[in-house]
Design a protein around this ligand. Sequence first.
Ligand SMILES: Cc1cc2nc3c(=O)[nH]c(=O)nc-3n(C[C@H](O)[C@H](O)[C@H](O)COP(=O)(O)OP(=O)(O)OC[C@H]3O[C@@H](n4cnc5c(N)ncnc54)[C@H](O)[C@@H]3O)c2cc1C
Length: 466
Amino acid sequence: MTTTTSDLPVVVIGAGPAGLAAAAHLVERGIEPLVLEAGPTAASAVREWSHVRLFSTWGELTDPAAEKLLAPTGWTKPDASTYPSGGDWAELYLQPLADVLGESVRTGATVTGVSRTGRDRVVDADRATQPFVVHLTTADGSEERVFAQAVIDASGTWTTPSPAGGSGLPALGEKSAADRITYRVPDLKDPAIRARYAGKRTAVIGSGASAFTALAYLADLAKSDDGTGTHAVWILRRGISGSTFGGGEADQLPARGALGLAAKAAVDNGHADAVTGFRTEAIERNSDGRLVLVGEDGRRLHAVDEVIVLTGMRPDLTFLDELRLGLDERLQAPVDLAPLIDPNQHSCGTVYPHGHRELSHPEPGVYLVGMKSYGRAPTFLAMTGYEQVRSVTAAIAGDLASADRVELTLPETGVCGGAGLFDAPAADQADGSGCCAPAPALVQLGVGAPLAALAEETPAGGCCSS
Ligand SMILES: Cc1cc2nc3c(=O)[nH]c(=O)nc-3n(C[C@H](O)[C@H](O)[C@H](O)COP(=O)(O)OP(=O)(O)OC[C@H]3O[C@@H](n4cnc5c(N)ncnc54)[C@H](O)[C@@H]3O)c2cc1C
């Protein structure tokens, strides 16, 4: 870092768990952070899923440098063995952390562009010695720019959910059906939202933890007095196999395993029908306003009142367009990180802790961390992000010995079996290229067919541990 730039702050984009932890590590190292947060408060994205209970315990959700910063304020860490909701995470940890960081956190500041000062993406001359310039829009709509010695993009992926369309594009008609579609796990404790789903037939598209949660919520609603007639239709691109419901009891994060089991119970108990091998091509509107999902294979499903699309998130890379990033063409994650987290290869927690080397780009001084670093890969854990920012901030401080050290052991999911993405031909999955993959045993379920037999297929232990 030259003297031209080293007096400048490190701009951190996003005041979520990863961004705030990055700021805490920078403070610990005597480097000034400037956290720019688009929302009106810190942890704006986490607050939008306040009602969802995390599958990680408090012991896995706080960053060590952040704890050190908080300690003198009288902050006490919640019981490490308990599971917070998103709202608890924001109120009891993230907001106090933002408070102690004080003016280093600017809310209502949406980053709209990052570049090298006076150099667009094409220009080589003196590039690495130029400060970064960061453009932002404030809450009142005015524009500003700030300069930085380095940029840590911790802006997550929450704002850019993937669409319902099986090809990754919005299904035909998806946009015009927006009044009956949500891309979030609904908060059924909110009376207005509860009324939207009570007694209704709802399609849930997706097969990750959020889809499991939505199915479990709808099953609970169906069982309650005001929810009679509530029914879910669970749309999966794949068939159902032993790994569909996650690691279950073999998951080293038991609450994450329990989410899959709750989804399984929703199907077993008849609160949800599973429709497998279905890739949504179009969403049509009936004469009564209800929605009909049409598959790429021509199947047309019975009309539903609502659709909940939980097909994952993707990174917003538009404001990084003037930077020279090295991103994997599949996942849009840093190239050296992508092979560790590619869901075509891994559905288990085989990612090893990683840091500045895996997260660096051809453009020195810029890092994507946190949820955004995983691009489209679905298995990010907060504790992974804390280790990332520890290493990245050490590298920015020039402490490569610390930056290269690994200080974390990650839990395994016990959810193995290669691709979680597609009904790949059996040969693809059985060739050993998957992550300790058992032979796929896809089961096409009839409507409401019991899933109990499938429990036997779930790997008995964390199969990747062998
Ligand atoms: C429902 C749900 C449950 C989860 N449960 C767990 C769990 O149990 N355990 C676990 O380890 N992980 C869990 N995760 C995954 C992950 O840990 C969280 O998503 C976590 O919030 C990611 O932190 P982050 O800081 O990377 O991103 P975010 O929390 O998304 O924070 C990014 C911030 O950047 C801001 N931002 C976005 N764009 C801009 C911009 N252009 N300019 C300025 N600011 C911007 C956003 O407003 C947001 O505040 C869960 C995720 C979800 C969605």
